[in-house]
Design a protein around this ligand. Structure first.
Ligand code: PLP
Length: 472
């Protein structure tokens, strides 16, 4: 089974999953944690620790880590440069509330961010999580324009606050099942998607600028453009299944923003700091000129929690907003983030990310046409996804197929990102994952897809049924 030639250690799964030790821990802690933590089919293991790019479970099984802490651990388990920088800062400062007490660790990071920030972005607001950064950005947009509405794109994810769960939709129909609430002031347009269009049947490639035609229609029918503060958009759709819009889309969106005075806010929480093969994902295209750009996840470099809002002078210089958070830009987190940027600037990381993108497409693309259920294969840097359908002609989503492939991957030692009810499976490795280990993982994914295709699982009658089941 383990075909990759590599000096790097390959994963080994020796027990059924969950293994006996994991099973015993689940049995005890299910009574102590919330019910939402009780689904042990999605991740049927308890981690004992991490070694470089392998997760070791309490039963001694090892898995290639394609979660990378959901993107927050971009350099493997415990990158030495990040660790020593954090320890030194902690020795000097301990904990400090940087928004109130200026300190050298935080200001050094601000200097670096302003130096690398693209376009007109010249100012920094401290934050501690992606969710809080998005909430802050919405406030900045409203304050700067004195307008109430924000345009977002369906399938995006912006975190778990009450407001932004309603302003996103990647977690299926949460907004209407009582799990979150409808929020005023959010106008949602479908995310540009070349493979699957809400306006057409069958597989693409479609002209994904149709969603901007739809927006034009909304601006006549429903929303006064002068009431829109700004557009909140992920440059590459992450949780929604790795979609990268075209240059045409960005050019047209930029023109709309300029025409109507809308601010452009890029949520780069998931795509920043090398994840997409450039420091910021927006740099994959020409002439994107954001007013705000949000950092999180990989910004922490695998260290302590940290996030940021970058903004222009026009948006941030005269603000009266106070968005402070006790832990925002804590000194050790700042030192770790700075060390992480240093690792990218030292060279080699972005090149590796682009090689991972090529490997994923090279290994998985040939299955299109061979496996009836493989609808699409997408990769943007170290964000990669396969999308499953019931048949390539009708492209009805196949969430049960996706989940079965995930289980087969786990048995082969490949731990990717899978969620019940969704029909895409993702790999999100560390940016510096050795190419041989990544190739091995892709081969195992291909192997798993072929295995499931031999006896495809029954799907729920409709996708809505699958979503309802997933939400139970
Ligand atoms: C694009 C995007 N924005 C915001 C968030 C929320 O970040 P956090 O989990 O740090 O609050 C996420 C998390 O997955 C994300 O992917």
């Amino acid at each position: 089974m383990q075909t990759a030639s590599s000096s790097h250690r390959l994963p080994q799964v020796a027990t059924t999953l969950p293994g006996p030790q994991s099973r015993a821990l689940f049995a005890r802690h299910d009574a102590q944690l919330t019910g939402a933590n009780g689904d042990h089919e999605v991740y049927p293991l308890v981690e004992a620790g991490k070694q470089d790019h392998l997760i070791v479970d309490v039963d001694g099984n090892t898995f290639a880590d394609h979660l990378s802490a959901w993107g927050a651990s971009p350099f493997g388990a415990t990158p030495p440069a990040v660790k020593s920088a954090m320890e030194a800062a902690w020795d000097r400062h301990g904990m400090q509330i940087s928004g109130w007490l200026p300190n050298q660790a935080a200001l050094a990071l601000v200097d670096k961010l302003v130096a690398i920030a693209p376009g007109r972005l010249r100012r920094v607001e401290y934050s501690v999580s992606g969710t809080l950064a998005v909430e802050g950005a919405v406030k900045f947009m409203r304050e700067a324009t004195r307008r109430p509405l924000v345009i977002t794109f369906g399938g995006q994810y912006h975190g778990e606050s009450t407001y932004m769960t309603a302003g996103a939709s990647s977690d299926l129909s949460n907004v209407s099942s009582g799990r979150t609430q409808y929020a005023a002031g959010v106008v949602m347009v479908p995310y540009p998607n070349r493979f699957r269009s809400p306006f057409r049947r069958g597989p693409g490639p479609f002209d994904e600028c149709e969603v901007l035609d739809y927006l034009d229609y909304l601006l006549v029918q429903q929303v006064h453009p002068g009431q829109v503060a700004g557009v909140l958009v992920e440059p590459v759709l992450g949780e929604g299944g790795i979609h990268a819009p075209s240059q045409r889309f960005w050019t047209r969106l930029g023109a709309l923003c300029r025409r109507w005075g809308w601010l452009l806010c890029l949520d780069e929480v998931q795509t920043c700091m090398g994840r997409c093969g450039a420091m910021f994902a927006m740099q994959r295209w020409q002439d994107i000129d954001p007013d705000l750009l949000l950092l999180g996840k990989a910004f922490a470099a695998g260290g302590q929690p940290i996030a940021a809002i970058l903004g222009t002078d026009a948006v941030m210089a005269a603000t009266e907003l106070h968005l402070g958070s006790t832990y925002g830009f804590a000194p050790a987190a700042c030192a770790g983030a700075l060390a992480g940027i240093g690792l990218i600037e030292a060279g080699g990381v972005l090149e590796n990310v682009r090689a991972l993108e090529r490997i994923f497409l090279e290994v998985l693309s040939p299955l299109k046409g061979e496996v009836e259920q493989l609808g699409d294969v997408r990769a943007v840097g170290a964000m990669a996804a396969v999308e499953f359908v019931r048949s390539t002609s009708c492209i009805t989503p196949a969430p049960a197929f996706q989940f079965a492939v995930h289980q087969e991957c786990l048995r082969r030692g490949v731990l990717g990102i899978s969620q019940r009810g969704k029909w895409h499976l993702r790999l999100q490795p560390a940016l510096n994952m050795p190419q041989a280990l990544f190739r091995f993982s892709c081969e195992m994914l291909a192997d798993a897809i072929r295995a499931v295709a031999k006896a495809p699982p029954a799907e729920h009658p409709t996708v809505q049924d699958a979503v309802a089941m997933a939400a139970r």
